[in-house]
Write a protein that binds this ligand. Sequence first.
Ligand code: FES
Length: 66
Amino acid sequence: MYICLCKPVTDRDIRVAVDQGCRSVRDLRTELGCCSDCRRCARAAHEVLTDALAQKSTRLSLLVQA
Ligand code: FES
């Protein structure tokens, strides 16, 4: 699903960016260009970012326990 229309960025793009180290909307802006023009996508980008960070944290916790 497209999150940013000004710079075509999808939720999948954001999840990949988080896996590669992005940790903030500022990071997403730098890496993907989203949230840099009209900024209407900022809330949705933040929601996907938060969810992706939580999933990454869970995966890392499971790896540590294994
Ligand atoms: S929709 Fe993302 S900057 Fe405009």
